[in-house]
Design a protein around this ligand. Structure first.
Ligand code: SF4
Length: 213
């Protein structure tokens, strides 16, 4: 394995001259990661690149929250808006449109995007705020990062497990007034989030129909 920094969640001082590209899935997940990594001395640039966040209005809401977060911590932001293409994303997901395949592909593709952008910008390391979430496939994110780490002389993967900071991250995002999303991101997850509501409505209609007969 390349010289991946694996502190298993333990803080570790940033190497001298290191530059870290942080893929930001959203402001609420990123805020505690930035706070912790700045405390370790990392020089961070934020990268918002999430074609999985749908519809576009939701993508824009989370984009704004990521920007607010970056402004609070005084880090520069790069936006990968050109990657947002609903039709292309849905086509790529075709054939693996249920978890865990869908989510594994979704997080891996964003890790690949983060690695490529970090390389382009001359960063020494890359990281993703996806590693904060309790709801994301953590091992798939980590595996993608480790697979890419140092590839062809590219940037190294910085691994941290920020899941133990779950509540601290929620508290900080509320303190900063960041928009907190009600579902993971893609249209599938939006439908899954509200499926029970639709089911209740269908059942209520069926009961009313039965009474009317
Ligand atoms: S549920 Fe979340 S991680 Fe899974 S495919 Fe949708 S946006 Fe990606």
């Amino acid at each position: 394995m390349p010289d991946t920094l694996r502190a298993e969640g333990a803080p570790q001082a940033a190497p001298a001259g290191a530059r870290l590209l942080m893929h930001m899935c959203c402001g609420p997940c990123a805020c505690i990661c930035i706070q912790r990594l700045q405390a370790e001395g990392w020089n961070i640039t934020g990268y918002y690149m999430n074609p999985n966040i749908q519809p576009l209005a939701e993508y824009l809401r989370r984009r704004e929250a990521a920007g607010q977060c970056a402004e609070h911590f005084g880090i520069p932001m790069v936006y990968g808006d050109e990657a947002w293409d609903l039709t292309a994303w849905l086509r790529q997901v075709q054939g693996r449109d249920t978890p865990p395949e869908r989510c594994g592909w979704c997080v891996s593709s964003r890790m690949e995007g983060a690695f490529a952008k970090a390389r382009e910008l001359g960063c020494t390391h890359f990281f993703s705020s996806l590693l904060y979430s309790r709801y994301q496939p953590h091992e798939a994110i980590r595996e993608a990062g480790e697979r890419l780490s140092g590839k062809d002389g590219g940037p190294l993967f910085l691994y941290r497990d920020f899941r133990p900071d779950w509540q601290a991250g929620i508290d900080l995002s509320i303190e900063l007034g960041l928009y907190r999303q009600p579902y993971c991101g893609c249209v599938y997850s939006e439908a899954e989030r509200y499926a029970k509501k639709l089911k209740r409505l269908v059942q209520a209609q069926a009961r009313q129909g039965a009474k009317a007969q």
